[in-house]
Design a protein around this ligand. Structure first.
Ligand code: C2E
Ligand code: CA
Ligand code: CA
Length: 609
């Protein structure tokens, strides 16, 4: 088979890429800028072109082949033959399927080529060397059309990239493995961990471990023994756990991780951790010496939706520290309570203000219900705004953790103002969306907000900007907060009451204040501390029922003084029933609903509507 004159023309044209996007037209070639139009000069040009092409084809350092429409090689050059360990005549009998598998995708691209949508294709292909090994190539394919414009041949230029690819593979492997132990390294670990977090309803587990007293091994026995110990530890872990589908990785130094991408639960991880401690505590024979080492393990197991990869590792690392402080050669299971112990007052105090700016605080709302409705049904009247700190490391923190710190540092002033504004904006939104169900919002105020800021001005401004009617705002102050530092009652109260805002005495009963005295101040609501309801008798009727009588008397007194009463901490239906019997006006507690995101209140309102 040889390349005829007319083929030569098309090849020449293809090399000039003047067939791109359409058929070759005889005319001024845009590449060589020679007129090809006259017949005589055309013949001349064809011969010259064929000679040039043949020389370029045969001598090219790059592999080249001309392939017909049936995917048969009709011309190949020596460079290609050498690349594939064959001779040129041998190649010319081959179908390209014998050299590579043609997948669907290149076929599609090929059709685009034929349609003229593209003028060349570049693919990376694995060809087979005659001796069986693979040759990675970059192949550039151009289409050559006949005089009728139909595709007749393809010209493939084949570049051997095996070496570069091997190097790339090696570099990639090296970047993902630890050279000493050959275990997957941190990068590969995090890659796989991210993969484990991809599924939704699955659980992951992580054992994070390090050797106890590894530095001492290095110091007393030398670094080479230390290295051998690490290799031996890696080997034991890999032998035992890789076959089970866990990932064993070296995280750095003497730290290793065993990742269980699909955990069956905490028990599986606890058993795994115990196994790690056990297999690593058997003596090691290193460089002719018998070395005893132990490891400590931190274990975390949780559902994928409950956290992020970085949280999992951070918690496992913290848990490892507990295992160490608890005496080493042991494992510890992650315990959120213990984490809480690590967030010292100091840490929280210094990070609170920036956290407020970063938007880490959220307000939840707990239902306040009326007790004396017609059918004895609890009716949603309002909500108490309760702040939470959505801490990036410690999770959602309850106010008991940080409010007293905020009061000490003064951060309560900006925080309290933010809560006030957030709650008022939310209440206004409910009012707009559920105009028939006016809900009031009750906001806690700390004494320091009165001392260090102009609460009256703040409230006026917030009511103005949020356009919340003052009657839908209630402010809660504890008994002690009512009295300023001088022992005189707070000055701003009258101004607040004059605006139409309601004032509540929070946690009444926990201090020693005189209700009759307090009632002379502009207050409207008495909130009974949860301890009253807690003392309600478990048995209906019968028994002394002292607490019920106390509450009934307090309610009566409060009513006489012109106050309404809200009882806190109602957790059961029985408490609710007894409370109703005391004549108490409203209540709050888990029995009616826990503090929830604003959307939860939306749902309650929608259900009623
Ligand atoms: P509080 O004002 O007495 O709020 C009621 C607390 O009792 C809330 O705790 C609430 O979740 C909890 N609680 C509600 N129902 C029940 C129940 O049936 N049983 C029991 N055992 N507890 C119940 P939370 O949200 O942890 O708030 C604790 C305290 O933090 C609040 O006590 C309040 O004094 C303070 N606080 C919360 N948010 C703010 C705020 O924005 N500013 C200020 N200054 N203090 C706040
Ligand atoms: Ca309160
Ligand atoms: Ca309270």
């Amino acid at each position: 088979m040889s390349i005829g004159a007319d083929q030569g023309l098309r090849v020449d044209a293809a090399l000039h890429a003047c067939v791109s996007g359409g058929r070759l037209t005889v005319g001024l070639c845009p590449e060589c800028e020679e007129p090809h139009s006259s017949t005589a000069s055309l013949q001349e040009a064809l011969r010259a072109s064929e000679t040039r092409f043949r020389a370029a084809f045969t001598d090219a350092g790059i592999g080249m082949a001309l392939v017909d429409a049936d995917d048969r090689i009709i011309e190949a050059n020596p460079a290609l033959a050498e690349m594939l360990g064959r001779t040129v005549p041998e190649l010319m009998r081959l179908h390209i399927h014998e050299l590579m598998d043609v997948e669907e995708d290149p076929r599609r691209i090929y059709r685009e080529l034929v349609r003229g949508d593209r003028d060349r294709i570049r693919v990376e292909k694995r060809l087979t060397h005659r001796q069986g090994h693979e040759v990675w190539t970059n192949i550039t394919v151009s289409l050559i059309r006949g005089a009728d414009g139909l595709p007749q041949y393809t010209l493939a230029m084949v570049e051997d990239v095996s070496e570069a690819r091997r190097l790339g593979d090696r570099l990639h492997y090296q970047s993902m493995h630890d050279p000493l132990t050959r275990l997957p390294n941190r990068s590969l670990f995090f890659e796989q961990l991210a993969g484990a977090f991809d599924g939704t309803d699955r659980r992951v587990g992580l054992c994070y471990l390090d050797l106890d007293g590894f530095a001492a091994v290095n110091d007393t026995l030398g670094h080479h023994v230390g290295d051998e110990l690490l290799v031996a530890v890696a080997h034991r872990l890999e032998q035992r756990f890789t076959a089970r589908g866990h990932l064993v990785a070296r995280m750095g130094g003497d730290e290793f991780a065993v990742l269980v991408p699909r955990s069956a639960g905490g028990a599986e991880l606890a058993a795994l951790a115990a196994e790690i401690v056990e297999i690593l505590s058997a003596p090691y024979d290193l460089a002719g010496q018998r070395v005893v080492a132990t490891a400590s393990v931190g274990v975390v197991e949780r559902g994928v939706p409950d956290g992020s990869p970085s949280e999992l590792v951070k918690d496992a690392d913290a848990t490892l520290c507990w295992a160490k402080t608890d005496g080493r050669a042991r494992w510890a299971l992650y315990d959120p309570e213990r984490i809480a112990g690590q967030m010292t007052r100091q840490v929280l105090a210094t990070t609170m203000r920036p956290a407020l700016e970063r938007g880490e605080f959220v307000v939840e709302y707990q239902p306040l219900v009326g007790l004396q409705g017609a059918q004895g049904e609890a009716e949603l009247l309002g909500v108490e705004a309760l702040v939470r700190w959505q801490h990036p490391q410690f999770g959602k923190l309850a106010p008991d953790r940080f409010i007293s710190i905020a009061e000490d540092t003064g951060a309560i002033v900006p925080l309290g103002r933010w809560v006030l504004e957030t709650a008022c904006r939310q209440a206004r939104s409910w009012q707009e969306r559920f105009p028939d169900r006016p809900l009031y919002v009750s906001v806690n105020l700390a004494a320091r907000q009165f001392r260090d800021s102009d609460v009256v001005a703040d409230v006026a401004e917030v009511l103005g900007t949020t356009r919340l009617p003052a009657r839908l705002l209630q402010l809660e102050l504890t008994e002690s907060a009512f009295m300023g530092p001088t022992g005189r009652p707070l000055e701003g109260l009258h101004a607040l009451a004059a605006m139409g805002v309601r004032i509540a005495i929070d946690d009444f009963g926990t201090g020693y204040s005189n209700l009759a005295y307090l009632s002379r101040l502009p207050v409207h609501v008495l909130k009974l501390a949860g301890s009253f309801v807690e003392g309600f008798h478990d048995t209906l009727a019968g028994g002394e029922a002292v607490d019920e009588q106390i509450v009934a008397a307090l309610v009566q007194l409060a009513h006489t003084l012109g106050l309404t009463v809200t009882a806190e901490g109602v957790e059961s239906e029985m408490q609710a029933a007894q409370l109703r019997a005391t004549g108490c006006d409203s209540a709050q507690g888990w029995h009616y609903g826990r503090a929830m995101a604003a959307g939860g209140i939306d749902e309650l309102l929608e259900r009623e509507a």
